[in-house]
Design a protein around this ligand. Structure first.
Ligand code: NAP
Length: 249
């Protein structure tokens, strides 16, 4: 995939799937805007990638910060072709009956409202350009309950609906919106899940998780026409056929 001349903004680019995606998109020739709260980590990654990368400190749960991040991306590169709504959290893992309501809500602010903020800030720019791709990291948790993950399951189900909405309202205006469900990935989030010891996901052997560069490669592939049959829908990286198409099998 040649993404030379294209600009991608990636949320949650300070580590894990987001950092791997930044490296993969840069390898494909794209300019990358690295968005996360950890300014040091994104600055270090931008330094590693070189002049095609810019670090933008931002808390995606605050709309005005997300809006400013898009403006900073436009200042740096002049356009915005792809947004990867990747930032997400799983802590605090807790049962519905005992969850702290404020903490529960803060996960919705990041995982659900953060995705809306990314779409809301990017869509006017993309609609002006007449084209754009919005990729959102989904999860199997969108489709079924997982013990002590009510915040996470609800947020991922809502985020999938936002992808369907972005597609419904904007496909005929040149906008491609898709979701990627990666399966389990060896990142800090899985370390936190393991540490909780609560549900079957926490019991998985570490070797069963895929490396973060697998979803990163899938995200780059999703920018091409081969993924168009999934517009407005979710692609699962557990699917062997998808892995083959992405070049992972
Ligand atoms: P991770 O290593 O914990 O990374 C999470 C990223 O999100 C970090 O870069 C973090 O950066 C960023 N982030 C969190 N809150 C933020 C905020 N308010 N504003 C801006 N950035 C924020 O986890 P990961 O596994 O790579 O997760 C990435 C995505 O994949 C998430 O949406 C997750 O739900 C999804 N996912 C992961 C798995 C898995 O098995 N790992 C499976 C399915 C889906 P800062 O802390 O620096 O802000």
């Amino acid at each position: 995939m040649d993404l030379s001349g294209k600009t991608v903004l990636i949320t949650g680019a300070s580590r894990g799937i987001g950092a791997a995606s930044a490296r993969e998109f840069a390898k494909a020739g794209a300019n990358v805007a690295l968005v996360a709260r950890s300014a040091d980590a994104t600055a270090e990654l931008a330094g590693e990638i070189g002049p095609k990368a810019v670090a933008i400190p931002c808390d995606i749960s605050r709309y005005w910060e997300m809006e400013q991040a898009v403006k900073n991306c436009l200042t740096a590169f002049g356009r915005l072709d792809i947004v990867v709504n990747n930032a997400g959290v799983i802590e605090p893992i807790s049962h519905l009956a005992t969850a702290n309501p404020d903490d529960w809500g803060s996960v919705i602010d990041i995982n659900l409202k953060g995705v809306f903020h990314g779409m809301r800030a990017a869509l006017p720019v993309m609609l002006d350009q007449g084209a754009g791709t919005i990729l959102t990291i989904g999860s199997g948790a969108a489709h079924g309950p997982v013990e002590a993950w009510s915040h996470y399951c609800a947020s991922k189900a809502g985020a999938l609906m936002l992808t369907r909405m972005a597609d419904k309202e904007n496909r005929d205006k040149g906008i491609r919106a898709l979701s990627l469900s990666p399966g389990t990935v060896a990142t800090r989030m899985q370390e936190e899940i393991k540490g909780s010891g609560i549900n079957p996901v926490s019991q998985l052997d570490w070797s069963s998780h895929i490396p973060p560069d697998w979803p990163a490669k899938a995200l780059v592939w999703m920018c091409g026409p081969e993924a168009d049959e999934w517009l407005g829908a979710e692609i699962s990286l557990r699917d062997e056929d998808i892995r083959r198409k992405v070049g992972l099998a």
